[in-house]
Design a protein around this ligand. Structure first.
Ligand code: ZN
Length: 433
């Protein structure tokens, strides 16, 4: 055990730096993979100028992401090796409160400082980058009310959950991790209900879709696949950004679909139905349930691991903190866990990319109209200035959805016997016009 403090320091330090280097390499490869030639599939929807703009958007965002990530890493290292964790721990201890209050203060001060420091970056991303490319619709007033609302909400919900976890670990002994896990599951379930009914209406207005051809088409399709759809809402997404989306909320027999107003503006009725069919495909193929179960299982394993490491002296010494405490242990464990977390997210993303092909296939077969999904995907990519030719390594690290060209090829292969499986998106083929 004599090297354990240093060993932990070197382990965390090297994984943080390796993670940073891997991400930077992926960014670098991704930019090098930009192809000035417009892919053949997109000739009908993209003009050359807009395509060049989409590549410029990627360059600007990648550069900005690199600056932000470098700054974050430098800040963390400076705080860590400047003894920041130890100073903060002494400060909250000197206030003489019980361990739960000290823990809330310790975590709260860290998170709030991080938020304040990252604020200029967020302002720049919204009011300079997104503005420049015509996406931003947020006014400074809206930006700050959003910010205050999210601070209040996360203080209330996060504070409540953290208090429970700290209390369990302080008072329940070796089985604490199990009670934390149960609390976590209840929290996830509660959030599923609270978010659409209480939280989202604080940020956006949801109006029922007016009766008409679109509503009839959506309800008709839902009925044809026996999907319990209770309501369709339109969300005023345009009040913040020009980007568009659609998603489901609620569960059981009470599912609702939410369409961004910006999406309705861009897409035809057939295209909207095919997008909704894709989303319903995720339910029908049990992707949503699978993701929920996996995250519940993962949470159990994490709480168990936390219970093993939380009072490990070496972990505290690595961060120059003298006194062992549950709250600081949680934060340090988070840093120790980051490489495993990265590894798990790679598996989850690979599985999610596979699910996307399945949902696409489901939509194509049940609407009997793969063409509308293809045009819908194309319009979405053009409108959101998506990267049409991401580098495979970048996709492997960061994409929860397959690149759009691969999805289009897969859709075109459906119903063509002997043309390979859906999962084999011919990535390289898409690049040669
Ligand atoms: Zn999907």
């Amino acid at each position: 055990m004599f090297f354990s403090d240093q060993f932990i320091t070197i382990l965390i330090l090297s994984t943080l730096i390796t993670g940073f280097l891997i991400n930077s390499l992926a960014d670098f490869l991704n930019l090098g993979h930009l192809n000035p030639q417009l892919p053949h599939e997109f000739l009908d929807v993209y003009d050359r100028a807009k395509y060049t703009r989409s590549q410029h958007y990627l360059r600007v965002n990648t550069r900005f992401g690199f600056i932000t990530a470098s700054f974050d890493l430098a800040l963390l290292l400076a705080f860590w090796f400047g003894g920041g964790f130890g100073l903060l721990d002494t400060y909250v201890r000197d206030l003489g409160q019980n361990p739960i209050i000290s823990g809330l203060l310790f975590t709260g001060i860290l998170l709030f400082s991080k938020l304040l420091i990252s604020l200029p970056f967020k302002l720049y991303a919204t009011f300079v980058i997104e503005e420049k490319f015509g996406f931003n619709q947020t006014s400074p007033g809206l930006f700050f009310t959003d910010l205050i609302k999210s601070i209040v909400l996360s203080t209330l919900l996060g504070g409540l959950f953290l208090s429970l976890i700290l209390w369990f670990f302080e008072s329940l002994g070796p089985l604490a991790w199990f009670f934390c896990w149960m609390a976590g599951i209840s929290f996830i379930m509660a959030i599923q209900y609270i978010v659409p009914t209480w939280i989202m209406p604080l940020f956006n207005r949801f109006t029922p879709l007016e009766p008409g051809p679109l509503k009839e088409a959506i309800l008709g399709y839902a009925e044809s696949i026996d999907f319990p759809l209770s309501q369709i809402f339109v969300m005023d997404g345009s009040k913040r950004s020009g980007k568009s989306n659609a998603f489901f909320t609620g569960f059981g027999k009470n599912k609702r679909i939410v369409l961004f107003d910006t999406l309705i503006e861009q897409q035809t009725t057939e295209e909207l139905v095919s997008i909704i069919a894709h989303e319903m495909g995720h339910f029908k193929k049990k992707h949503i349930l699978k993701r929920l179960l996996v995250s519940i299982l993962q949470m159990g394993v994490i709480f168990f691991l936390i219970s093993l490491f939380i009072s490990h002296q070496g972990l505290f010494h690595a961060f120059f903190v003298d006194t062992v405490s549950v709250y600081a242990g949680l934060i340090f464990f988070g840093l120790l866990f980051s490489p495993i977390d990265l590894f798990l997210s790679l598996i989850m993303q690979a599985s999610s990319r596979k699910d996307e092909y399945q949902a696409d296939k489901f939509a194509a077969l049940t609407t009997k109209d793969p063409h509308s999904l293809v045009t819908a995907l194309k319009k979405l990519s053009v409108h959101n200035l998506s990267n049409l030719t991401p580098h495979p390594f970048y996709v492997f690290l960061n994409y929860s959805h397959p690149p759009v060209l691969e999805r289009i090829y897969a859709l075109k292969n459906i119903g063509t016997p002997g043309k390979g499986t859906l999962e084999k998106g011919p990535h390289e083929k898409g690049l040669t016009p």
